[in-house]
Write a protein that binds this ligand. Structure first.
Ligand code: 3HC
Ligand code: NAI
Length: 706
């Protein structure tokens, strides 16, 4: 009995409905049942046209990604498409919600396409490091032209139904009820005697010249930095000028090559890691996807500074009502101005319309007293990083709000456990650690204490989902997951390399060439060296670290060289420019700090810079796992790819360690341990995994992550 595809007769229309929750992926059972449905329809002489639709929220999210790691069972999606294209009766696809990747490729193999006016259609394969492998690079150019196809496939971003209608991807739009519109469309085909119209028989109306390719690559340069999939996409689209059978053979070979690439393994790892991180282990009842819709409608933010203002925008963007409280009227007015400017910039960049911006601004209101927050569903405090002040605010909130409401702190350095002690309900206190800028940054660390209840965690997961952020749970510890690894691993090693003889621009450029969006010293100058210094002062109250831990950055702070905002930091910035110029004064300072510590300076090559920064990141990442601060190695990868600029196509530091091989990783860490001393001590987890020939991935899949 069919389970994933239903077949109904509506007079002359054979209605095939894909029903494969949650996203209607075109899995093997779906493909089998689609072939059955087509054959069944063809055998029934009263059926004159076939209509393919889907149930649920979206037409289809594409091929089933979970099948990519094993040989594909027949029928393949290509075989289903060939069956559709050669069908004796016309086949129509009616798209609602989303049609992505293989879902859109299935629709493109149909003879006609309708879309609901709210639908979106896209080819996101490149975000998984693969090229469309079910005719997408051959049929899309035949429908919309090679140039438009190249842009759509390289960007990976879906287009609206209106754009799809304008460029020829769909034939008609349905204003209201898609099913009614699609059935009448089918009846019209029958009435007018319009038969099959295979896309493969069309020819591509344009070609790709070098200038167009270069321009498309330039547009996506940031997203495609360090990537290779785009070269395969271009090759495949160029083959769309050949006869279909030749083009499809080239696409198949290139798709297999892309699927086997490291880039694709890494990107697929991050895709699943992001979905897993938004929930606790399988054994837990706490889940990011509750059956009930999120109950959070009204959010209160206490403190209207940098973080509070960004958090308010994040919630307003998600459609929630936001009340902002600050005891300094000047801060409230600065915040209001910041919010207006942020939305004005989004309108200027055509990201949203003026009316959407106005609506979002209206959702954010100021409130004068904490008494007004009593009916909030969630409160987030983002006041100064002062433990006594935060305790006072949390204790007042605890008294003002019903006991089951979540109260979160945005602290980045203080102990959430300590802060929670100031309340009578520590079970509803947790950290929601947003990153700068809070409205745009993808990462949200959820900091749990030993007292945080599963209900509170569950609500926090919902909050992340509402905000469309990647949630990762961290135990309450020094720097949580991300800052601990940044400070004890990556940035510390970058400073050590400076003391030993590298220059800031050499370190930054080497790591940018590795794939980081920005090198560590440029990041420090952007965020403000004083911000790091202040954070370390607070963190040292939890645990201290021996000299020369951030000796250079802290000295720069003392000298007022705070970074871009003062025009000088690790670099010089002329007249408010963001262009970082090397500064001999900084080199002199570093030389002096090195001499004070009897560090002998020498030439250091880029390979050593990258190896030491990345291995130290991996080693501290393993400590974070070992200490139970992160539950999974893949959670660490989500933190670093979504919040700290680690190249996504390398999968995150722990995945990257697996690709290097843990015995190699261990051998190199031991080497630096001998050379540089205690802080390079290999983490026992790495020693254990390396000696067992294992990996972080296996650690995640076994008891380690439970
Ligand atoms: N295959 C298998 N599982 C998929 C899937 C897919 N294509 N897309 C999503 N899922 C799974 C997710 O892993 C998740 O599983 P889980 O509950 O066990 O964690 C579940 O479906 C729900 O997904 P989300 O949590 O992401 O749900 P959202 O509602 O937030 O987002 C979505 C929905 C926008 C469709 C998002 O899931 C998405 O972007 N999916 C991937 C789309 C994609 O990249 N498609 C191309 C696939 S490759 C392809 O088609 C190759 C072809 O050219 C041959
Ligand atoms: P900020 O100094 O920009 O803003 C703090 C705001 O809190 C000020 O407007 C102040 O008037 C207000 N405030 C102080 N006492 C108050 C009270 N009793 N009631 C209401 N409002 C009060 O600080 P910022 O940078 O926004 O940081 C806020 C929190 O976010 C801190 O805990 C910080 O550690 C954390 N954080 C900061 C990050 C950053 O890079 N700025 C990153 C992640 C977290």
């Amino acid at each position: 009995m069919a389970r994933n595809v239903k077949f109904d007769e509506l007079g002359p229309v054979g209605l095939v409905s894909i029903d494969n929750p949650p996203v209607n992926a075109i899995s093997h059972p779906v493909r089998l049942e689609l072939i059955d449905a087509i054959e069944r329809a063809e055998k029934n002489s009263s059926i004159k046209v076939l209509l393919i639709m889907s149930s649920g929220e979206r037409f289809s999210a594409g091929a089933d990604i979970t099948e990519f790691d094993r040989p594909q069972d027949e029928p393949s999606l290509q075989q289903v498409q060939a069956r559709i294209e050669s069908s004796l009766i016309p086949v129509v696809a009616a798209i609602h919600g989303l049609a992505l990747g293989g879902g859109l490729e299935l629709a493109m193999a149909c003879h006609y396409r309708l879309a609901h006016k709210g639908a979106k259609l896209g080819m996101p394969e490149i975000t998984l490091g693969i090229i469309p492998g079910a005719g997408g690079t051959q049929r899309l150019p035949r429908l919309v032209g090679a140039r438009a196809a190249l842009n759509m496939i390289l960007s990976g971003t879906p287009i609206s139904a209106q754009e799809a209608k304008a460029n020829g991807l769909v034939d008609e739009l349905a204003e209201d009820n898609l099913r009614d519109a699609a059935v009448s469309f089918c009846e019209r085909l029958v009435h007018e005697g319009l038969g099959p119209r295979p896309t493969c028989n069309r020819t591509v109306i344009d070609g790709l010249d070098e200038a167009e390719i270069a321009s498309a690559l330039r547009t996506q340069a940031r997203a495609l930095k360090g990537r290779t999939t785009q070269n395969l996409v271009i090759e495949a689209i160029q083959a769309s000028g050949l006869p279909f059978s030749q083009g499809i053979a080239i696409e198949t070979a290139l798709a297999q090559k892309s699927l086997a690439s490291r880039e694709s393994l890494a990107l697929r790892h991050v895709f699943f890691a992001e979905r897993k991180s938004g929930r606790l282990s399988a054994a837990s009842s706490v889940d990011a996807k509750p059956t009930q819709p999120p109950a959070i409608q009204r959010v209160v933010v206490i403190g209207a500074g940098t973080m509070g203002s960004g958090i308010a925008i994040a919630f307003a963007d998600a459609g929630l009502e936001v009340l902002v409280n600050d005891n300094d009227p000047a801060a409230l007015s600065r915040s209001g101005e910041f919010i207006r400017l942020t939305y004005a910039s989004s309108v200027r960049r055509s990201r949203i319309t003026q009316s959407v911006a106005d609506e979002r601004i209206r959702r954010i209101r100021n409130v004068d007293t904490l008494a007004e927050v009593a009916d909030a569903d969630l409160v987030i405090e983002a006041v100064f990083e002062d433990p006594e002040l935060k305790k006072d605010v949390l204790s007042k909130l605890d008294s003002a709000l019903p006991a089951q409401r979540l109260i979160a702190t945005n602290t980045s350095t203080l102990s959430v456990t300590e802060l929670a002690r100031a309340t009578a309900h520590p079970e509803r206190i947790l950290g929601l650690h947003f990153f700068v800028p809070a409205h745009a940054s993808k990462l949200l660390e959820i900091v749990r204490t030993d007292h945080t209840s599963s209900e509170s965690l569950s609500t926090a997961f919902r909050v992340a989902r509402v905000l469309k952020k990647s949630a990762v749970v961290s135990r309450d510890a020094f720097g949580f997951i991300g800052n601990r690894m940044m400070l004890d691993g990556y940035f510390r090693e970058a400073e050590q390399l400076l003391l030993e003889g590298a220059t800031p621009s050499q370190v930054d450029t080497a790591l940018e060439n590795f794939g980081f969006a920005m090198g560590p010293q440029r990041v420090s100058d952007l965020g403000g060296n004083d911000v790091g210094t202040k954070a370390r002062v607070q963190l040292f109250k939890r645990e201290s670290r021996p000299d020369p831990y951030f000796a250079i950055a802290d000295r720069l702070t003392e000298m007022g060289r705070l970074g871009q905002k003062t025009g000088r930091g690790f670099y010089c910035y002329e007249d408010g420019s963001h262009e970082a110029a090397s500064d001999p004064e900084v080199i002199e300072l570093i030389e002096k700090l090195a001499a004070d510590r009897s560090i002998r300076r020498r030439e250091i090559n880029d390979q050593e810079i990258v190896e030491r920064c990345i291995l130290s990141l991996i080693n501290v990442g393993a400590m974070v796992l070992e200490e139970g601060i992160a539950a999974r190695a893949s959670d660490i990868d989500v933190v670093w790819t979504s919040g700290y600029g680690f190249p996504r196509h390398l999968g995150g530091p722990m995945f990257y360690a697996d690709t290097l091989g843990l015995s190699h990783v261990l051998q190199r860490i031991r080497h630096y341990h001998e050379k540089l001393g205690h802080y390079w001590r290999p983490t026992p987890t790495i020693e254990r995994l390396a000696s067992a020939g294992s990996s972080f991935e296996r650690w995640d899949n076994t008891a380690g992550s439970q």
